[in-house]
Design a protein around this ligand. Structure first.
Ligand code: HEC
Length: 217
């Protein structure tokens, strides 16, 4: 006499043989789906509308003041170029190394040069095409700006110039500040070298001035 267990096994085997294999066999028929609750449960999909929330959007915004991991910008010197008093920092918090200046040069060429020109004299495309007054970055007025103020102009813009907070991350903004300082220093050298030539109007003095200019990018 067969035990109850053996009979159950035989019934299971019969079921398997009549329905074909339950998993792993290709079939043109829709799959057997014994427990569809996870698929059919009420839920919201990304970017869909909802009449449950007052704003009609299914997706919720983060609670105001939420800060993503690694995005806490609690250092006003580095992120805004300002002391906690609100005054512009005199010196960049990023050390000026040849790598930083080179990075700044590269970023300047992309973001600033179209308008301020490669020498920082303000003779870029706006000036050439529309005579738009564009600041000469080598002007003594901007040489006298604290580093934090140049950083602030890049971050927030000023007057006709828009801010570059979004396309240029803080580290690159400071690199550009370092490069602007480099441009200003080289401009000072070339104008100093040119000065005796104009003062004396002497031919020999013109030679070093020309040499210095050639090196002025
Ligand atoms: C689309 C053209 C344009 C670009 C790009 C641009 N600037 Fe300017 N910038 C201007 C104009 C125009 C002014 C004069 C604004 C005014 O006085 O209304 C100006 C002014 C400035 C000033 C003087 C601000 C002041 O306080 O008077 C600085 C410094 C400066 N730009 C730096 C930069 C740097 C650095 C970059 C690159 C990150 C840059 N600019 C990119 C057009 C531009």
């Amino acid at each position: 006499m067969k035990s109850a267990g053996a009979r159950l096994l035989a019934a299971a085997a019969l079921l398997a043989s009549t329905t074909g294999c339950l998993r792993g066999c290709p079939s043109a028929k829709p799959p057997i789906h014994p427990n569809p609750s996870m698929d059919d449960q009420p839920k919201v999909l990304a970017q869909t509308s909802s009449n449950f929330f007052y704003d009609g959007s299914a997706m919720r915004k983060p609670v105001p003041g939420t800060i993503a991991r690694g995005e806490l910008r609690d250092d006003p010197v580095y992120f805004e170029g300002k002391e906690s008093s609100g005054a512009f920092v005199a010196k960049s918090p990023v050390a000026t190394t040849p790598e930083v200046v080179e990075r700044g040069h590269q970023r300047f060429a992309i973001y600033c040069q179209p308008c301020h020109d490669a020498r920082g004299e303000g003779h870029g495309i706006l000036f050439q095409r529309g005579k738009v007054p564009t600041a000469a970055l080598v002007d003594p007025k901007f040489v006298a700006y604290p580093d934090g103020q140049i950083y602030d102009v890049i971050t927030n813009g000023t007057g006709l110039m828009s801010g570059y907070r979004w396309p240029i991350p803080p580290q690159d903004r400071w690199a550009i500040v370092a490069y602007v300082r480099d441009l200003q220093a080289r401009h000072a050298v070339t104008t100093a070298a040119a000065a005796p030539a104009t003062a004396a109007a002497a031919a020999p003095a013109a030679a070093p001035a020309a040499g210095a200019r050639a090196g002025h990018r």
